[in-house]
Design a binder for this molecule. Structure first.
Ligand code: ADP
Ligand code: MG
Length: 262
């Protein structure tokens, strides 16, 4: 009874217009909510990645084990060359491990064909890069729209969704601007809106604040945090930024391709 009363009260609060989450206004691409996988979103088991360079072996990752729970923000910190990008690329299926397993929502992606991997990526994974990687000839809205267009979603929902996502990242008024008309922080916000477009389970962010001043960088980190809290998406981020410790749920340190919890 108390439980019911308490739930009832929460429901009333949530319905008040002032406390509506911005995500409430973002129309979904899917008619029904997609099935939620009940378990870790990422499991990395004994992963190594070795490169051959001029006849020498480079041990980029040396026996990584990592489990990531859904709806969390995970940080990977480490010096340049420690293996952060290699690890993110493996999780995103852009690269394959030399040995070990990469399991996303229970599925061993190291066993997928390239074509299956592409489909998986399109539906579940998005990337945010240090250098934003927006297409310069497209407006902010068009940049956000593109991934949904490639995935074949209809025009109407794409337009509504890209506007809602740009509102969410605080760029509703800049929707028609091209990247060169936006600041670095604004471009990264567009890239974050784009990353959300396909309703991914995982966003992999590779040093997303690396080219931003500390104040703007902090705003971007907080935006990621809000997205994790409100949308339940999982963010895994490589960063040098020490302030990440206050914002991420878990921070790992990578040294010479080995992982330690901080
Ligand atoms: P980080 O992102 O932490 O700076 P990387 O994952 O890019 O580190 O690199 C880890 C190590 O692997 C480095 O020693 C780097 O030189 C090496 N490496 C990365 N990619 C390649 C490649 N394609 N060929 C050879 N060596 C590579
Ligand atoms: Mg890197």
């Amino acid at each position: 009874m108390i439980g019911r009363l308490r739930r009832g009260r929460v429901a009333v609060v949530e319905q008040a217009p002032t406390s509506l989450s911005p995500f409430a206004a973002i129309p979904s691409l899917y008619d029904k909510p997609r099935e939620k996988y009940d378990g870790p979103v990422v499991q990395i088991e004994e992963v190594t990645r070795t490169y051959k360079l001029h006849g020498n072996l480079v041990y980029a990752l040396q026996g990584i084990n990592l489990t990531v729970q859904p709806g969390t923000m995970v940080a990977l910190r480490g010096r340049s060359g420690s293996g952060k990008t290699t690890l993110l690329n493996l999780m995103g299926g852009l690269d394959r491990p030399t040995s070990g397993k990469v399991v996303l929502e229970g599925k061993d992606i190291t066993r997928l064909s390239d074509r299956e991997m592409t489909v998986m990526r399109r539906q579940k994974i998005s990337f945010v890069f240090q250098a934003y990687a927006l297409l310069p000839v497209l407006s902010a809205t068009e940049n956000v729209d593109l991934a949904m267009r490639i995935a074949g979603f209809p025009h109407r929902i794409r337009t509504r969704r890209s506007h809602a996502l740009l509102d969410l990242v605080g760029l509703g008024k800049r929707a028609d601007h091209r990247p060169f008309e936006l600041s670095g922080g604004e471009q990264q916000r567009v890239a974050i809106a784009r990353a959300l477009a396909n309703e991914p389970t995982i966003i992999l962010a590779d040093e997303p604040t690396g080219e931003l001043d500390s104040v703007t960088g902090m705003q971007v980190l907080k935006l990621f945090r809000r997205i994790v809290n409100d949308q339940g998406v999982t963010v895994i981020m490589a960063t040098h930024d020490p302030t990440i410790n206050e914002i991420a749920d878990v921070t790992y340190h990578i040294t010479d391709g080995k992982l330690e919890t901080m």
